[in-house]
Design a protein. Structure first.
Length: 278
């Protein structure tokens, strides 16, 4: 009788061990399933169009998973007093004014985060010729980046600034026809730890024929090159009404890094973004 009870006890222990093992496996599988679900978080769609355009540009929104459904919304200056909602994206569309596009993806009731993209119509049809050589790493959006109406962010790593290494910066803007000027401004950036310093001074010249220029004004820099704060400065001047077709902007390189800098003797950058005229 005792032998029979012993065998029964051993059998019960084996059954309990098997149940515990099964529970452990199921718990592990549950953790894996949860991790898999987290890893499969829905990715937002990709919005594509020309960031800067002249008359119009085509906007395309593409899901990162073909099974996702896309919802989008556009906002421009004409929507200031409108209450807009997201609608289903079916095909590409065109915009003809500065517009913000928002979009998200949805799959089986789950939504991605909302992604936002801004596309800007050029505020003018001026031409620009830069006589200095831009560093290939810092070209911003290209040729018209300096007159596209978009001011660079203080976080220059976003790519809105043009960088010029070891040289003066000089550019000529052609307004296409004579323009009466009363105010000129150009914006520069300083991040001295990363070799970006304000120019010593900025000069503005005017011309009617692109050959004979006369000086309108000189703006001196008043920011200490030792100032560690990452900052921007508008070199702005107010002038008497002056008619000109061409405007020349010249910013003077501050020179190689002085002895107090840990990288003394190295070349420095001029970082410039928006040039505006009123």
């Amino acid at each position: 009788m005792k032998k029979g009870l012993l065998v029964l006890s051993l059998l019960m222990l084996q059954i309990m061990d098997a149940q515990n093992y099964s529970q452990d496996i199921n718990a592990a599988r549950g953790t894996e399933d949860h991790a898999s679900t987290a890893q499969e978080a829905i990715a937002p769609p990709v919005i594509k169009a020309d960031r800067i355009f002249d008359f119009f540009t085509k906007v395309e929104i593409t899901p990162q998973n073909p099974n996702d459904k896309i919802y989008y919304m556009t906002l421009d200056t004409g929507d200031a007093n409108k209450k807009k909602k997201f609608t289903v994206y079916k095909k590409s569309f065109t915009i003809s004014r500065t517009t913000q596009v928002q979009a998200y993806a949805q799959r089986k009731g789950d939504k991605s985060s909302v992604i936002t993209a801004n596309f800007n119509r050029r505020p003018n049809y001026w031409e620009i010729t830069t006589l200095s050589k831009v560093n290939p790493q810092y070209t911003a959006t290209g040729k018209f980046a300096l007159i596209d109406g978009i001011k660079g962010d203080i976080d220059w790593k976003k790519g809105d600034w043009q960088g010029y290494l070891g040289q003066n910066f000089e550019t000529v803007i052609d307004f296409q026809s004579p323009l009466q000027i009363t105010q000129i401004s150009s914006t520069f950036l300083q991040d001295y730890k990363l070799l970006i310093l304000m120019p010593k001074k900025v000069e503005y010249y005017a011309s009617m024929n692109a050959k004979d220029y006369f000086l309108l004004d000189t703006i001196d820099n008043d920011i200490d090159p030792k100032d560690e704060k990452v900052q921007t400065k508008d070199f702005t001047t107010e002038i008497l009404p002056t008619e000109a077709r061409y405007l020349k902007v010249k910013a003077y390189y501050s020179g190689k890094l002085p002895g107090w800098h840990q990288k003394k003797g190295g070349e420095t950058y001029i970082f410039v973004d928006e040039i505006s005229v009123k």
